[in-house]
Ligand binder design. Structure first.
Ligand code: E4P
Length: 217
């Protein structure tokens, strides 16, 4: 399963890319706003340090402007995936951009029916928002299971990109369901490798080792 970083913070992205397990980055208008940087500059900066797909989202809601924005964002670099919302205009823009060879990430997906349409529109990625569904008392991971089954039934190449992730357990559940990608805020990535028993175990080993007076080097 691929791991993307859900961030527009360049320092954060650079630090975590060093780990070698970041396969791409996703951004959205809220994350760009939080960064305080110009969207075109920031996406170019991210593309310069990340080899995998970097999702950059259009902000228009009508087809023509979405298309123009999508083409401008795609021109930033070969690894830009243009993000469009799951609306009628967004699906039409997805179809046009995908036919022209641009990778499209269809975002704000909340039902399997929406995901079906995104696959038919040629999306490279579908982004179901698990956390936001859970926030309103719905079953976010149930949606992931449905979409994975539906895509497998028809061999759709669209990758299931699990978004709006609030816990490290969601990452494990997504992997067990066979989702293609998860996009994570940095704190969830940290939570994925951190365990208190690892820390206390390491402390005990270090203390016992110090008593031996040995050195491996
Ligand atoms: C990523 O593509 C999404 O924009 C992001 O995961 C949304 O997360 P949120 O629901 O925590 O804002």
């Amino acid at each position: 399963m691929k791991i993307f970083l859900d961030s527009a913070d360049l320092d954060e992205i650079a630090a975590l890319c060093d780990t070698g397990f970041i396969d791409g980055v996703t951004t959205n208008p809220s994350l760009i706003a939080k960064s305080g940087h110009n969207i075109l500059d920031r996406i170019a900066e991210i593309c310069a340090i990340v080899d995998g797909p970097v999702s950059a989202e259009v902000t228009a809601t009508d087809y023509d402007t979405m298309l123009a924005e999508g083409r401008k964002l795609a021109a930033i670099g070969p690894n830009v995936a243009v993000k469009v919302p799951l609306t009628k205009a967004g699906l039409q823009a997805c179809q046009t951009l995908s036919h022209a060879g641009t990778k499209v990430n269809v975002t704000l997906c909340f039902t399997a029916g929406q995901a079906l349409l995104a696959a038919k529109a040629g999306a490279a990625f579908i982004s179901p928002f698990v956390g936001r569904l859970d926030d309103i008392g719905r079953d976010g991971m149930g949606l992931i299971e449905e979409i994975c089954t539906l895509y497998a039934n028809y061999d759709y190449p669209t990758e299931v990109l699990v978004a709006s992730v609030r816990s490290s357990q969601t990452v494990v559940d997504a992997a067990l369901m066979g989702a293609d990608v998860v996009t994570l805020p940095p704190k969830i990535l940290t939570a994925l490798y951190h365990h208190p028993l690892t820390d206390s175990g390491l402390d005990a080993f270090s203390q016992d080792w110090a008593k031996t007076g040995q050195s491996i080097l």
